[in-house]
Design a protein around this ligand. Structure first.
Ligand SMILES: Nc1ncnc2c1ncn2[C@@H]1O[C@H](COP(=O)(O)OP(=O)(O)OP(=O)(O)O)[C@@H](O)[C@H]1O
Length: 262
């Protein structure tokens, strides 16, 4: 059964006459526990779609439902991870995670229980040793892990990730992808993730939503990745299902939705 539903979502920035239509009647259903990736060329509206699901903006038309409720604002049922970690620089890693945990559970849990939640989520991303450090004292990969811990600590029903590893080097990126796969497996999270990276999408997702170029972007195709999760990146390299799916994605991006370089 659908857990998250996007029903005929359109998004126009600015006025009806002179504004810009970013998304044109996008519909999508995501089941509980599913990992869905949005992929498409730069500027097609992936972040806009994710921000709409996050409730950071409201659609010009259509509606988004999560677990039977209409989404019209941000809420603790949705945890968001952005590309640039957006940690508060004057707070330690522990305090950055505590901020959200206190907001969501502050009235119902004791200070010791709040502390346990923060520690458990930082431990999930292997940052037990860095809790007392400030953002400027840790690496880019570690900052992204704090961002993931912060999103997970509020125990969201759905995790929304906007190119979470986009700013990292290839090796750090690969190890964080593996870590995310492990965490999603352990927490059975529902995830919607934006990426530019075909291999990242194939490694992590159950379904890959390919978006057409804007203006008025729509869903072009949806590919199901019929391989059990979590996946082994080395085994994938010789898997025929992986190769077929990869070819389909590349054809969509570089043949059907070809873009001239800016
Ligand atoms: N606040 C805004 N006002 C006007 N136009 C906007 C606004 N936000 C986004 N847009 C436009 O909507 C389109 C989609 O933007 P969006 O950031 O969602 O694309 P994207 O696919 O996430 O791009 P990228 O992959 O480069 O991050 C773009 O043409 C962008 O210029």
């Amino acid at each position: 059964m659908a857990f998250l539903t996007l029903q005929d979502i359109s998004m126009r920035f600015g006025s009806r006459e002179r504004g810009f239509l970013a998304l044109d009647r996008v519909s999508l259903s995501v089941a509980e526990g599913e990992f869905v990736t949005l992929i498409g060329h730069s500027g097609c509206g992936k972040s806009t779609l994710l921000n709409l699901i996050a409730g950071l903006m409201v659609p010009s038309a259509g509606r988004i439902m999560c677990d039977g409720r209409v989404i019209d604002r941000p809420g603790p049922d949705r945890g968001v991870v952005f590309q640039n970690h957006s940690l508060l620089p004057w707070m330690t890693c522990y305090e950055n995670v505590l901020l959200g945990v206190r907001q969501v559970f502050g009235k119902t849990l004791s200070p010791a229980e709040l502390r346990d939640k923060v520690e458990a989520s930082l431990s999930l991303v292997h940052l037990d040793h860095a809790m007392a450090k400030y953002p400027h004292e840790i690496s880019g990969g570690m900052k992204q892990r704090v961002g993931i811990a912060r999103a997970l600590a509020i125990e969201p029903r759905i995790l929304l990730m906007d190119e979470p590893f986009g700013a990292l080097d290839a090796l750090t990126r690969a190890s964080l992808q593996d870590e995310l796969a492990r965490i999603v497996e352990a927490t059975r999270s529902t995830v919607v993730m934006v990426t530019h990276d075909v291999d990242e999408a194939l490694l992590l997702s159950d379904r890959i939503v390919m978006m057409t170029n804007g203006p008025g972007a729509r869903i072009g195709e949806i590919a199901s990745v019929a391989l059990p999760r979590p996946r082994d990146r080395l085994a994938l390299a010789t898997d025929s299902e992986y190769a077929d799916c990869r070819a389909r994605l590349l054809q969509f991006l570089y043949l059907k939705q070809r873009r001239q370089a800016a």
